[in-house]
Structure formats: C-alpha cells, structure tokens
Design a protein around this ligand. Structure first.
Ligand code: ADP
Ligand code: MG
Length: 364
C-alpha cells in the first residue's frame, strides 16, 4: 500500500482463515525523496509524458516488489509461503466522473519479481458500475471496529480523509462511508514548503499557531464539503493550487506559517466532524477510531475531539490495531476476496449499481 501522502510503501503480512484475520508482520519502506517529488507533482500538475508515465509505472512496480522482498527477509518466509499479494498501487489520478482511477506500480512486475500471485487494479471494477471506486476501507473497518449495540465511526486520515459509519451489529442498515476531504495532505504540503520538513510531527507546529477564522471560512465554503455521498476525492483536487485558488497567489506571504498549519489542521478536523455529527444524531458515547498516519498527530486528534464532544475520539492503536497497518491489511484481505471470486459489499458506499468482484490477477 502506498497512499496519497506518498510517504512510504507499507507491507502487511496477514493470515486469513474465514472468520479470523491476524496481522503477522508489518514493515514500511520510505519512498526516496526524488521519486516522492515526481509523484506529488503528478498530483498537483496532472501533466506527464507517456514516457515518464511508463517509467514511473515500472519503477513503482519494482519498489513494491522490493517492499515484499524486505517483508520476506524480516519474517524468514519464502515466496511459496505466501498465497497472494494485494497491491493497491500509487494513485496518480482519481476521476469517478470518467469511471477511471489510475494506480501505478504494475502488478505484473510485482508478480514476476516476487514470484507471488498478485492482485491489483481494484478500483476500476467498481467504477465501471458507476461507483466512486472509493473509499474501500468501510467494509474492512466493520470487521475491525463494529460493536454489538452502538454505531461506531472509523476515520482513516491519510493524504485524504475518509469516514466509515458502522451500524451496530444487530442493525439492518448497510455500512456507509465517504471521503470527507483533506487529511494530512495539505498539512504535509505546508510543512514541505514553509518548514522544510515532510510532516507536522505530533502536530507540534500547528499547536504553536492560531486558527485564522476568515481563512478557514473561505476553505470550508468549497462545494465538495456540502456535496452529498457517495463522494470521493484525491490530491489532484485538495492540493496547493486549490489553496491558491481559494486564498490568492500571495497567501503564504500574508498568513503566518504556524497559523496556516493550525488553520489547515482545523480544516481537516472540522470537515471530519461536520460529516460525523449528522450521522450520529442524538446518540452519545460513540467511539471514533482514528486510523492512518493522521492518528499520530496528537493536536489533530484533540481538535477532532473538541468538535465531537459527545464521542470518544481515540487512535486505533487503543483498540489494538496499528494505525499504519490497517490499509495494507485491507488490500491483503481484498486480494483474498478476489481469489475466492467474492463480490465486496461496497455498493452502498460507492454508489455502484451492484457489489462487484474487485481486481485483476497476475500470476508469477
Ligand atoms: N508522528 C506523526 N505526527 C503527525 N503526523 C504524522 C505522524 N506520523 C505520520 N504522520 C502523517 O501521516 C502521513 C502518512 O499517513 P498514511 O496513513 O501513510 O497516509 P497515506 O495512506 O496517504 O500514505 C504522513 O505524511 C504524515 O502527515
Ligand atoms: Mg502512506
């Protein structure tokens, strides 16, 4: 798994046997800086020659295969011990209106280089049926977090944030969820441009700033936040050019850098909270589990908690699930479902006309 933060390739080894699913090992390999810059540019500029596209497609495939090799080394396992790899790929463009989402890191390269059957290209099956092709996490969050008596919320905070609404086990409603908007993506970009660091460790920089209410207001006006579900987004939308469009060319000179980080962190917190509140109505005491790298941003978690006083907001690690490993586990589980030709119950999330078998299979 490599998400829209383009921070690292995450590899999770899981053992699945019908009802039981166990994380056996997790390893993460940072993405080299130069490659990271190229991938981030793809997102914000959306221009790439076919030659560069092919080169990146191949290079990412090799990087994913190397992550698998590292996981095997660390665990002392061999290719023949692994049933399959589920590879999400690196998203460089996500366009539900075109029924297309482009992930690079070709599964053929992963399969041939690792010697392990590889399942990839999961999103287009859902999109060909009119679905958003995202988010996929809700069905997996249900396995990890749902409770017998109460609605539970899970929030994945990567570059983009998505929520899962998990009805109580006995309830008849379907699991739903959607992308709420920016997660860490804008925060990371501000850190890279204004503080020469890749992310705001624990939220310490944002904590030193003050939220600029007028700036926040002009950002939350964006029509994406009001749009009804199903909906999904990407860093090809919520990125630096989006900030320039909302705030003007010279915004980074006008707004104090710490204040800007505080405001962008508040935007993530507010846009999550304002989608969670109506889903819970009068209920109180519901758990909100935060997954993904955003779970390590303590200031962000405090701000989400401040906007959801009736809920208990915690990192998924408090429920025994490493926030970093969950998305990798999700794609391993999706590979398992694909090999059993089982449709994934996602149409209530994505808006597809039916649940589809997701992904293509590449043999070693
Ligand atoms: N200690 C930390 N403090 C604050 N933010 C963190 C911390 N660790 C990770 N992050 C954030 O999490 C991001 C990576 O999260 P991840 O779940 O991998 O997202 P994605 O799925 O988009 O790659 C980093 O880019 C950073 O913004
Ligand atoms: Mg990541």
């Amino acid at each position: 798994m490599s998400g829209t933060s383009v921070d690292a390739v995450d590899a999770a080894l899981i053992a699945i046997c019908d009802q039981s699913l166990q994380l056996k090992h997790f390893t993460t390999t940072p993405i080299p800086d130069k490659l990271k810059q190229l991938l981030l540019e793809c997102n914000s500029e959306q221009k790439l020659s076919l030659q560069s596209f092919s080169q990146l497609h191949s290079q990412m495939g090799q990087l994913f295969a190397a992550a698998v090799a590292q996981l095997l080394r660390e665990t002392g396992l061999e290719a023949r011990d692994i049933t399959a790899i589920g590879s999400h790929g690196q998203t460089i463009y996500h366009a539900p209106d075109l029924m297309m989402s482009l992930q690079i890191g070709h599964p053929a390269i992963i399969a041939k280089h690792s010697g392990i059957t590889t399942v990839g290209d999961f999103r287009v099956d859902d999109m060909a049926l009119g679905g958003q092709g995202a988010p996929f996490a809700p069905v997996f969050h249900q396995r990890l977090f749902s409770e017998p008596e109460q609605t539970v919320i899970a929030v994945n905070i990567g570059g983009i944030a998505n929520i899962s609404l998990l009805p109580a086990d006995h309830a008849t409603e379907a699991v739903t969820g959607w992308d709420t908007g920016p997660g860490n993506g804008l925060i990371d970009e501000a850190c890279q441009k204004l503080f020469a660091c890749s992310y705001d460790r624990n939220g310490d920089l944002a904590r030193q700033g003050a939220v600029q209410t007028a700036v926040l207001d002009s950002l939350v006006q964006d029509s994406y936040f009001q749009q009804p579900a199903p909906k999904s987004s990407g860093r090809d939308y919520f990125n630096w050019p989006w900030l320039v469009e909302k705030l003007g060319n010279d915004f980074a000179q006008r707004i104090d850098a710490h204040d800007l980080l505080a405001t962008l962190t508040e935007l993530t917190a507010v846009s999550i909270a304002q989608q969670v509140r109506p889903a819970l109505g009068e209920q109180t005491g519901n758990s909100v589990w935060i997954c993904g790298g955003g779970a390590f941003n303590r200031y962000l978690l405090e701000r989400i908690q401040a906007h959801l006083p009736a809920c208990t907001v915690c990192s998924s690690s408090d429920a025994g699930h490493d926030p970093n490993a969950i998305e990798g586990m999700l794609f391993a589980w999706l590979a398992h479902e694909r090999l059993h030709n089982r449709p994934v119950k996602l149409s209530a999330v994505t808006g597809a006309e039916r649940d589809a078998v997701l992904g293509g299979i590449w043999h070693p």
